[in-house]
Structures are given as structure tokens and as C-alpha cells.
Design a protein around this ligand. Structure first.
Ligand code: NAP
Ligand code: GCO
Length: 264
């Protein structure tokens, strides 16, 4: 099982103060990786540092907006100087804005694409030179079911996550020869702060209509949890996946395979 070990590896997980990023960072730390993370707000950084401390993980945190190329370059340079060259990058930081497309401002559309697509390019561009020098690297892009499917009100997010799927395949194509594996994880519907609005209990005490919809569309009959992503992340970050490249691993409880339960 040594192939799953991350001992001696340095992992940067973006947006990993809580939610999916924190769960993935916890799993990578459990496999032996040294964790570095970032977020864009001081209060989130403080929250993340406290969370890692309570987990007994000696994580280094940075205040860095992943859409700011200079800030990302400076963060990576500081990591390389103070911790070491990054072996594993998880492009996790992401946002969503649920607005009907014809009502969405260009600024809102552009911000979602900036965070969810341009920033993974910025972060990958910053770490790849070090990975090439080291002779290996792992890049994991957190895609989405919306890399494959659309739905009302998430046009910018789906466009970005669809692009992130293809950026994943292109990094694989361009850097596979440098022994860099770039894969994606496509979570299904995961219970985090990002999806909390879709799970709000209704005034009459019933479940949110979208909550009921997702349950009916998921063979597993439940929402995913951030912990469901831990094993897939360790696999894609480790030597166990050295011949897996350009692949999007959907961790969705089977939604993408299932037409959905017949309404009663
Ligand atoms: P979340 O709870 O909203 O957490 C997002 C994290 O990203 C936060 O730590 C946030 O911290 C950080 N972040 C946002 N914008 C940033 C920026 N510009 N620079 C640096 N950090 C930034 O989201 P989540 O549910 O854990 O999702 C994490 C990733 O999984 C996202 O890429 C999301 O699209 C994807 N995903 C989620 C689901 C789901 O069902 N939850 C499913 C599929 C894919 P700050 O606010 O401090 O920056
Ligand atoms: C939405 C949800 C989804 C999830 C996830 C699904 O509004 O449809 O937020 O987009 O976040 O991306 O894989």
C-alpha cells in the first residue's frame, strides 16, 4: 500500500479553510503530505488555521486570491522557499452565483469564470516549473457534475467547470511527458456551505424541493459529504495513479449514470 503514501510530499490545496478543500487536505495529510492552503478572506484563514490545529495538522496558510496572478506567484515562491517545491496542487477554490443567465451581469459571469477556470490555470502555471525541475507532479482540478450537465441559473459555473474539464485534459497532454499527471475530481451534490441554499428546510418543515430532487436523482439516495472525496483525492495525489492522466473521476453517488427515480 506504499503506493498510496504521500510521505515527504508537499501539497497546496486552494480554498481549503473549510468544505471540500479542508476534507481533501485532511486526507492528504493523513497519507503523509505536508499541507499548505490559501483563501481570500482573513476570517476564513483564521477559521482554517483553527480547524487544522484542532485536527492536529501542521498546515501553513496564506491569504491569497487565486485570481491574482502576482499574488499566486508570490505565494508559490514563498512556499518553495519556506516549505519546499510543491508536489501536489489541488485547484479547489471556487464560487458559484445562481442567477438566470439573461439577468446575470457580465461582471458576475466573469468573476465566476475567473475563480473557477482562470485561477486553476494561474495556479497550475505557477507550480508546473517546480514540478518539471523535480521530475514529477500531481495536479487535481475540482470539476463538477456541471462539467457534463447544465441546469437553470448556473450558466457561468457550468461554462467554467466545463472549461476546467478541458484544461485538465490539456495540462495532461502538454505536461504528461514531464511526468506530471493532471486529473479532475467531479463531485456530485455535496453538503457544504456552497450548497446550503439548496438544502434549506422550508417554512412548513419540508425539505427544499431541490434537495428532494437530488435525492431522487442519486442512486445512493443521499447528498455526498466532503469525506466522500477523501479516498479519490489520495488516489489521484499518489503514485497509485501514475498512469492515470487527463481523467475526470466523478464522485457523485451515481447521479451521472442514473435517469432518476420515477415520481410517485
Ligand atoms: P465552499 O464551501 O464555498 O468553499 C469555497 C472555498 O474556496 C472557501 O475556502 C473560500 O474561502 C475559497 N475561495 C473562494 N474564492 C476564492 C478566491 N478567489 N481565492 C482563494 N480562495 C477562494 O465550496 P465547496 O462546496 O467546499 O466547494 C469547493 C470546490 O468544489 C469548488 O471548486 C466547487 O465548485 C466544487 N464543487 C462543489 C460541489 C458541492 O456540491 N459542494 C460539487 C462539485 C464541485 P474564501 O471565501 O475566504 O476565499
Ligand atoms: C448547483 C450546485 C452544483 C454543485 C456541484 C454539482 O447549484 O447546481 O451548486 O453546481 O455545486 O457543482 O456537481
Amino acid at each position: 500500500m506504499k503506493m498510496f503514501s504521500l510521505e515527504g510530499k508537499i501539497a497546496l490545496v486552494t480554498g481549503a479553510a473549510y468544505g471540500i478543500g479542508l476534507a481533501i487536505a485532511k486526507a492528504l495529510a493523513g497519507a503523509g503530505a505536508q499541507i499548505v492552503f490559501n483563501c481570500s478572506r482573513q476570517e476564513t484563514l483564521n477559521r482554517g488555521l483553527q480547524a487544522y490545529k484542532e485536527l492536529g495538522i501542521n498546515a501553513k496558510g496564506y491569504l491569497c486570491d487565486v485570481t491574482d496572478e502576482v499574488a499566486v506567484a508570490n505565494m508559490v515562491a514563498d512556499i518553495e522557499k519556506s516549505v519546499g517545491v510543491i508536489d501536489i496542487l489541488v485547484n479547489n477554490a471556487g464560487i458559484i452565483k445562481r442567477i438566470p443567465m439573461h439577468e446575470m451581469s457580465v461582471e458576475d459571469f466573469r468573476r465566476v469564470v475567473d475563480v473557477d477556470l482562470v485561477a486553476p490555470y494561474i495556479c497550475a502555471k505557477a507550480v508546473i516549473p517546480g514540478m518539471i525541475k523535480k521530475g514529477h507532479g500531481k495536479i487535481i482540478n475540482i470539476c463538477s457534475m456541471m462539467s457534463e450537465l447544465g441546469r437553470e441559473t448556473v450558466s457561468a459555473y457550468a461554462a467554467a467547470k466545463g472549461g476546467l474539464k478541458m484544461l485538465t485534459k490539456n495540462i495532461c497532454s502538454e505536461y504528461g511527458g514531464a511526468n506530471i499527471q493532471c486529473n479532475g475530481i467531479g463531485p456530485g451534490y455535496i453538503a457544504t456551505e456552497q450548497t446550503a441554499p439548496l438544502r434549506e428546510i422550508q417554512p412548513d418543515g419540508s425539505r427544499h424541493p431541490f434537495d428532494q430532487f437530488i435525492i431522487s436523482k442519486t442512486p445512493a439516495g443521499r447528498w455526498g459529504t466532503p469525506e466522500d472525496l477523501e479516498g479519490p483525492a489520495v488516489f489521484l495525489a499518489s503514485d497509485a495513479s501514475n498512469f492515470v492522466n487527463g481523467h475526470i473521476l466523478y464522485v457523485d453517488g451515481g447521479i451521472l449514470a442514473y435517469i432518476g427515480k420515477q415520481p410517485k
